[in-house]
Design a protein around this ligand. Structure first.
Ligand code: TYD
Ligand code: MG
Length: 446
């Protein structure tokens, strides 16, 4: 008797199992497993075992490769995040919340790339042609030589790409694409996986760059299996708070450039505008500096960026005091509160602690530890990592951080001891070795 071919896969990690369960064995996620019909294409393991393959030509590591020629869009913030422009035949995934501005960004990018001579095709699976044209009008891009299609059928799209031979195809979005070789509904794990696989392998074969747009789920992951992230060369996240006009394009993976690089944009009435000096923007609506507000000198990718951190500590009406963090790591805050309590004798029992990174920015660096622990005079910037022992640990690029702070009019900085002493003309730098000294200095004798 033939076995049932039904299989189940996890939407969070893509793990495939033969039976359903409430919790994924591979990643531990709850309620993420759903039924999928198996992919019809591709050889089975059994047939691979018997068929004879051809032997693969091997090279050594010395074989010279010329660096790929890149096309720049002219949008400096985008080009830098890509690692210096678009690499031919590369596959890029751009993820972000619905409504954050992905389609706007990519239509603007499509127009720029087309203007600089790249044959560009934009496929919208979410909006009708008229809608896309209306957006183009609003963005004043109607003259750009971009070819537009509104389609979701993968087979038709691939046939069109085959015929048109564009150098860049933009697929908005991967979740709307469906392949008739896969039985399940559009947006399901197997559809997303199959569409991403077809499009990326087509791109490699035909020397076409492809940009896939992906929606993210509530918890910030690209909807669909993680495998899509592995299939592409570059993963960019477009983030920002709905209420703020800043948008940040962040490289989280890049085979052709540095990861962690960011590009900063501002959403305006006619599209996204580049922000070439993000520090000035993030500090621009900083009112009169008050206790609980501090400026952190951070590094994003290759650039120093200053941001404002705000903290509020208040007596808690709850039996379980709240620890609320926006734009930073909640676990890291708990750790710093514990170190402040254990090493410096500052109690937080019965107090709510709120921490907010102003302007919708997200910070990942441990160098923000020290800024979180501080409430400082207005002309001071802070950075440094705190260890569990209460010692302050030096962080990289001290000089770059200080230069950026100086450019924006700061005159004093506090940083950890250790590493080589930076040259800081016109900037008073206090270097400290442990948190107790720091707390004593910042909060005075009391
Ligand atoms: P959109 O690019 O459609 O987002 P996504 O593709 O990520 O879902 O952008 C949607 C929002 O951007 C929408 O709320 C309106 C706003 N917007 C502007 O503020 N200015 C503009 O010029 C455009 C085109 C959109
Ligand atoms: Mg969109």
């Amino acid at each position: 008797m033939a076995k049932s071919k039904t299989q189940f896969s996890c939407a969070a990690c893509g793990n495939v199992t033969s039976k359903w369960s409430g919790r994924c064995e591979a990643c531990g996620e709850w309620n993420s497993i759903s039924e999928e019909s198996p992919l019809s294409a591709g050889p089975s393991a059994a047939s691979l075992g018997h068929a004879k393959g051809r032997s693969i030509p091997l090279t050594d590591l010395r074989t010279e490769e010329v660096p790929p020629p890149r096309t720049t869009s002219g949008l400096a913030e985008l080009d830098r995040v890509l690692g210096g422009g678009l690499v031919p035949a590369s596959a890029i995934l751009v993820g972000g919340d619905p409504g954050i501005g992905k389609s706007t960004l990519l239509l603007q990018a499509a127009a720029r790339f087309a203007d600089s001579g790249l044959k560009t095709l934009y496929v919208s699976g979410e909006e009708a042609r008229a809608q896309v044209r209306m957006r183009a009008q609003r963005l004043d891009l109607t003259k750009a030589p971009v070819q537009l299609a509104a389609e979701t059928n993968l087979r038709d799209i691939l046939t069109t790409l085959e015929a048109e031979k564009p150098q860049l195809a933009i697929i908005d979005s991967i979740q709307t694409m469906w392949s008739d070789t896969v039985g399940s509904a559009p947006g399901s794990v197997s559809q997303v996986r199959a569409a991403a696989h077809e499009l990326t392998s087509f791109a490699k074969r035909r020397n076409m760059a492809v940009i896939l747009v992906g929606h993210v789920t509530k918890d910030g992951q690209i909807a669909g299996p993680r495998v899509v992230e592995h299939m592409v060369d570059t993963v960019l996240y477009f983030e920002g708070e709905r209420g703020h006009q800043f948008r940040i394009l962040r490289a989280v993976k890049n085979r052709f450039g540095p990861a962690d690089e960011i590009g900063v944009f501002e959403m305006t009435g006619n599209g996204l505008a580049e922000v070439l000096n993000p520090s000035a923007l993030f500090l621009s609506d900083r009112g009169t500096p008050s206790p609980g507000s501090v400026v952190f000198a951070g590094i994003e990718g290759t650039r120093p960026v200053l941001t404002e951190l705000q903290a509020l500590v208040a007596p808690s009406p709850h039996s379980q005091p709240r620890r609320t963090v926006v734009g930073w790591d909640g676990g890291r805050l708990a750790m710093i509160l514990a170190v402040l309590e254990a090493r410096c004798g500052i109690p937080f029992t019965g107090l709510d602690v709120y921490l907010n990174v102003a302007g919708g920015m997200k910070i990942n660096e441990p160098a923000a530890d020290l800024a979180v622990a501080a409430a400082l005079p207005a002309d001071t910037v802070v950075f440094g990592e705190i260890s569990l022992s209460g010692a302050l640990r030096a962080v990289g690029q001290t000089e770059n951080r200080l230069k950026e702070a100086q450019k924006l009019g700061f005159t004093t900085a506090i940083a950890p001891k250790g590493g080589k002493a930076p040259t800081t003309e016109g900037m008073a730098l206090k270097r400290m070795g442990d948190l107790t000294t720091f707390v004593g200095d910042v909060f005075g004798a009391g």
